[in-house]
Design a binder for this molecule. Sequence first.
Ligand SMILES: Nc1ncnc2c1ncn2[C@@H]1O[C@H](COP(=O)(O)OP(=O)(O)OP(=O)(O)O)[C@@H](O)[C@H]1O
Ligand SMILES: [Mg+2]
Length: 346
Amino acid sequence: MIELQGIVQTYAGPQGPVEALRGIDLSVPRGQIFGVIGRSGAGKSSLVRTINLLNRPVAGTVRVDGRELTTLNAHDLRTARRDIGMVFQHFNLLSSRTVFDNVALPLEIEGLRRAEIVARVEPLLELVGLAALRDRYPAQISGGQKQRVGIARALASRPQVLLSDEATSALDPETTRSILALLREVQRELGLTVVLITHQMQVIKQIANQVAVIDAGRIVEQGDTLDVFSRPQHETTRSLLDDVVPQELPAVVLDRVRALLGGVPSSQASLLRLVFAGEDSDKPLLSDVVRRFGVDLNLLHGQIDEVGGRPFGTLAVLARGAQEQLSSTVAHLRNAGVLVQEVSHV
Ligand SMILES: Nc1ncnc2c1ncn2[C@@H]1O[C@H](COP(=O)(O)OP(=O)(O)OP(=O)(O)O)[C@@H](O)[C@H]1O
Ligand SMILES: [Mg+2]
């Protein structure tokens, strides 16, 4: 649905040009919620703004729904942009217009008649849960409600693509959850392709099917969200993930392991970090290995969670037994699809 190739973006800075995007290739399939995560200054806003050419890249091509946008004239580009809605971090509402009139604005600009505008805006206000607040002004509604207006306005021109640049970062955690749930609902209901920019892994975890990690103007890792959560490859990904899936065992756990291991030869114990993703999480694998191989297992630390609507869990266990029992245990878990990391630095 969206194909970016070789995107380079530079800005004029006081000390010469700033290279914000250094050759980005990205392919977003239709009907996905595609997350892009990165630290402040990584180039996220620059990237998302090239998709509707709010920023024109200095090199590269932008195809949306098969159309190459960089070659369109001003008129055709305006038409193409109706297919691409955008939701902003700070809502960008007009304070002198009511909720209804803010959502209606793009349709007025398009030149629709009043009756058509009403027929489009009313169901949208219903969809985002704001029908009762249609005559309020932005100053009279909450941040979450403002963002609902922003979402309804982005949907007014019936786009196929919705771009969201940090749409939830000005909101508290509870409101964030409700706005993300709304985005997921409209994505499903309208069959949209959503590109969601964020610096919070929590946001990716809640709704993205796929994720790309951007660092200093380059995509350093991308894939299915569950895969990236299970096997993060790049240092930046690991550090961003640390907030929601601790990548290292806490010091207190390591202390407990040392206490448990007092006197046990290191060949007869193994500290394992297990990552269960998707449907594997449902199998009774631990009781299985205890029964089959007679190992002793101490559960040390863990969490069970959901990533992109699918089960995901990490578990630290101390396995004790003869070397053969330990290696059979690891092999069995791996065969069952569990990611097993042997932690050596105890
Ligand atoms: N208009 C501009 N002029 C000059 N430099 C810019 C401009 N816009 C962005 N930059 C620089 O380009 C780089 C990428 O900026 P961008 O806004 O894309 O980052 P971001 O990932 O969205 O960051 P944040 O999370 O803080 O919003 C930064 O180094 C930034 O300072
Ligand atoms: Mg930004």
